[in-house]
Design a binder for this molecule. Structure first.
Ligand code: SAM
Length: 292
């Protein structure tokens, strides 16, 4: 049996199974047993719970998750990993695989099907995700899940930095605010590039994303609010006065009045505003527009 949580074990498996690792799918596998255990431990230890792993690769994290949960649904795009995963996970009866693109997968429907359930269970996502699709994966999980309890994700350190960024920093932006709108986020650990095979160019960070039952701020018009955020960060160097007059098609005097009323300077730049301040701006302009 191959010990896929070590470099030599993984290398032997890849050689014997004649697997070609694919850069386009971010196939850098974690080969540090302690870190694998720590990541899995953050997903909880509950023999009644289900966990979804995106990108099981050679199955090292999958093994850890299988020993902590009732069922593991592992979704990987690479069908050539199927024989390898069947072999590595042969001792675990509680692991089910889906071989398709996670972005095109109805995760909750697959959970029901895989474990013959009658409804979507509470579940956790725990994964070392393909770094090139980190943002679409996070948006999918936050926008499409109905019963997702928590998410433990390993990603490129710089992307985690953008999610965890504070207002005023250069990392702060649309990703920070969109995630903060839907969830609480927490830093868990950094992982050096040396802990992977093949060694990637970048270091990694594991974070916890805890979806909120309600959005962090209540706004009158969700779509308009999201569009204001996107528009603002496309014009990062402009003041909020310029941004709002263009976005809401409003004249400068009216806009200045609105900023005065809500106590936010119209001269601030997009990266300095909190989520709550954006909500306050969006609602104040929404009200002004509906009175027009
Ligand atoms: N879980 C393993 C580990 O920690 O060592 C492998 C993680 S590796 C960074 C990312 C995995 O995601 C690869 O196995 C890759 O085939 C898979 N993957 C890449 N794109 C995917 C997609 N769109 N849908 C599902 N899996 C994908």
């Amino acid at each position: 049996m191959y010990k896929v949580s070590t470099i030599s074990g993984l290398q032997n498996l890849i050689k014997d199974a004649n697997i070609k690792l694919k850069k386009k799918w971010g196939q850098n596998f974690l080969v540090d047993g302690n870190i694998l255990k720590k990541i899995a431990a953050h997903s909880g230890n509950d023999q009644n719970s289900y966990v979804v792993e995106i990108g099981p690769g050679a199955g090292a994290l999958t093994q850890e998750l299988a020993s902590l949960h009732k069922g593991v649904l592992a979704i990987d795009i690479d069908t050539s990993l199927q024989p390898v995963l069947n072999q590595v996970l042969s001792a675990y009866e509680n692991v089910q695989f889906v071989f398709q693109d996670v972005l095109k997968t109805d995760i909750e429907a697959e959970l029901i099907k895989a474990f013959r359930l009658t409804e979507v269970p509470h579940y956790t996502v725990c994964a070392n995700i393909p770094y090139n699709i980190t943002t679409p994966i996070i948006f999918k999980l936050l926008e499409q899940s109905t019963n997702l309890q928590t998410t433990i994700l390993m990603m490129q350190k710089e992307v985690a930095g953008r999610i965890l960024a504070k207002p005023g920093s250069k990392e702060y932006g649309l990703l920070t605010l969109t995630v903060a709108y839907h969830a609480e986020v927490q830093f868990l650990m950094n992982v050096s590039a040396n802990c992977f095979y093949p060694r990637p160019q970048v270091d990694s960070t594991v974070i916890k994303i805890l979806p909120l039952p309600d959005k962090k701020v209540l706004v009158r018009d969700h779509d308009q609010f999201m569009n204001l955020l996107k528009f603002s960060f496309q014009k990062r160097r402009k003041t909020m006065l310029n941004i709002t007059t263009a976005f809401f098609a409003c004249d400068k005097i009216k806009a200045e009045n609105i900023f005065d009323q809500i106590g936010i300077s119209s001269q601030r730049r997009p990266e300095t505003l909190t989520l709550e301040e954006y909500a306050s701006i969006a609602d104040a302009f929404y009200d002004e527009k509906s009175l027009r």
